[in-house]
Design a protein around this ligand. Structure first.
Ligand SMILES: *[C@@H]1O[C@H](CO)[C@@H](O)[C@H](O)[C@H]1NC(C)=O
Length: 549
């Protein structure tokens, strides 16, 4: 173990000697002492998703002939980005009502499933992004508290630095903490453990989450899980970065958290306990993001969409990018190895390690929400998963590199290629672009389904599905079903089918009134196959009761 200045092998201690805990355990200390009283010794760089996406997609690193051209491209994409962000800010509001999230509203019959959340934001150097996100989040009624944790001691922040527009509804409670030293991502989990509400929302200052309602709506269906939101290619990687061993109750998955995610406060609190028990070396505390989701021993629930970047200059670290992958992979494997060892050593939940043993529900194959609709008014759902279940690859704590894990998945029969998923990812069904399509990859089997979940209950009479291929062969092979927001109890509706063109299927729907469908409004609609279909399905656009997707 690395010994360091404070003698306990761990990176920080309370700044007042009287508060130094005898156990020298920084995580439990972090829980006990007030936020302003932490003193942290961390020195190295930092890794952000930005750096990662740059490597993956070469957005800033595309091979261009001259620096001049680079600068021009950046200026053009900056202007485009700013325009897109401005459009979102001008138009996007929540479909949730502020009245439902007052103290009285939350106990109103029918609102039992609504849950307020605390947003956790970190301050560093990009204050414009941070301010924009604070004012943006105040539009969403379920964000009832915002904690800004400022990691930058050179630039003290106060509540007066933030503006929120009260015309949307009652403003969230805003708390601003200034750290004495940079706590890096660790601050997120500490702040979340201090949150007033039982769930936290994480958001870095370099992305704008343009699908708050969709993410929240899906979070409400399984508030016990971590819910994240990422790009199609990153999702594809996350589906390989799962670590499963059924014999030892290991069912863990990696996810980046910074592009908009909901999580239970209890999981953040548990991370502090886990960290305190694990003797994590100092350089690992600041990359705790790479441990978090794996150490919940659950697969995160992840939606796929094209993220909206904000200004990403002045990040925590943009130098030495090539080195970042190895740091990410090393920490991810370390997290998985430590979890595996603990589970092998102790089959039951133990105060020694705080790793949960039971798998949270719904299990992966029952998680059908895939992508937010472009307008944030619905989610695209399907039972048809392009990827194998995580348990198809067994983790034995003996991986040398993450690439070995990738290869084990890629070697499975019928594994989709990058090109396939890039072209046919779920979000293409609901992106308002008739030229791009989702492809189910596998041919639909009886019981398979696709459909939509609406953020707000909708009266549904017409549903059109457009494809790039003929849809005529589907006739007579499916039923149309609807349900309330829980999506548990389904009602079969009568339907008639027309084919205005061979690639367009128009349904007229007539649903019987059912006690769980208040006022005939539905939150979920799905087309469920009762016979197998010979080839994979392609959906390029839909029209649901006038809403064009
Ligand atoms: C579906 O296709 C029909 C026929 O080509 C077209 O008129 C309609 O606008 C399309 N709808 C959507 C949602 O793309």
């Amino acid at each position: 173990m690395n010994r360091n200045a404070n003698g306990n092998g761990l990176p920080f201690h309370a700044n007042s000697p009287s508060r130094r805990s005898a156990s020298g355990n920084p995580f439990t200390m972090a829980r006990r002492i007030s936020p302003g009283r932490l003193f942290i010794l961390v020195g190295l760089g930092f890794i952000s998703l930005v750096a990662i996406t740059r490597i993956l997609f070469g957005s800033n690193g595309s091979h261009s002939s001259s620096a001049e051209q680079d600068a021009q491209n950046n200026a053009a994409s900056d202007a485009e980005r700013e325009l897109k962000v401005q459009q979102i800010l001008d138009t996007r509001t929540s479909a949730y009502s502020f009245d439902d999230f007052t103290e009285q509203g939350l106990v109103f019959p029918g609102n039992e499933h609504l849950m307020p959340a605390t947003a956790i934001l970190l301050g560093w150097k990009r204050l414009e992004g941070l301010k924009l996100i604070v004012s943006y989040l105040a539009r969403y009624p379920y964000i009832k508290e915002i904690i800004v944790w400022n990691n930058n001691k050179e630039n003290v922040l106060s509540r007066r630095d933030f503006e929120m527009d009260p015309s949307f509804g009652p403003l969230p409670e805003l708390q601003v903490f200034n750290a004495k030293e940079n706590l890096h991502d660790f601050a997120k989990y500490m702040s979340c453990s201090l949150a007033k509400y039982q769930h936290c929302y994480f958001q870095d200052d370099d992305w704008l989450n343009t699908h708050m309602d969709a993410l929240y709506t899906n979070f409400l269906t399984a508030p016990n899980l971590i819910h994240t939101n990422t790009l199609p290619m990153i999702h594809m990687e996350h589906r390989r970065w799962t670590f499963t061993n059924e014999e030892y109750k290991m069912h863990a998955g990696f996810s980046w958290m910074g592009t908009g995610s909901f999580l239970p406060r209890e999981k953040a609190q548990r991370l502090l306990e886990q960290g305190g028990n694990s003797n994590l070396a100092k350089d690992r505390i600041k990359v705790i993001d790479m441990y978090f989701s794996i150490w919940t021993n659950q697969y995160p629930y992840q939606l796929v969409n094209y993220l909206t970047p904000l200004d990403q200059k002045n990040g925590w670290s943009t130098e030495g990018v090539s080195d970042h992958w190895s740091i990410v992979f090393r920490n991810m494997l370390d997290a998985a190895d430590r979890l595996y060892s603990a589970l092998v050593a102790n089959p039951e939940v133990s105060e020694k390690d705080y790793f949960p043993r039971d798998e949270d529900l719904p299990v992966i194959k029952d998680r059908h929400a895939r992508s937010p609709c472009f307008n944030d008014k619905c989610l695209f759902k399907t039972s048809m998963d392009a990827f194998p279940e995580p348990k198809a690859v067994v983790f034995n704590g003996n991986l040398q590199t993450i690439e070995e894990q990738n290869q084990k998945f890629i070697a499975l029969p019928d594994y989709p290629t990058n090109e396939f998923f890039d072209k046919f990812a779920y979000n293409h069904a609901v992106d308002n672009d008739p030229e791009t399509c989702w492809n189910s990859f596998k041919a639909p089997q009886p019981g398979d389904s696709f459909g939509l979940q609406f953020v707000k209950g909708t009266a549904l009479r017409k549903f059109t599905v457009n494809s790039s291929k003929s849809l005529a062969h589907l006739e007579g092979k499916f039923s149309v079903q609807v349900s309330d927001h829980a999506g548990v109890e389904w009602t079969i509706c009568k339907h008639t089918v027309r084919f205005p063109t061979s690639t367009s299927m128009a349904l007229d729907i007539n649903c019987p009134s059912a006690p769980h469908l208040a006022k005939g409004l539905v939150n979920n609609v799905k087309i469920e196959f009762d016979q197998s279909v010979e080839r994979s399905l392609e959906v390029c656009g839909m029209n649901v009761g006038g809403m064009v997707l």
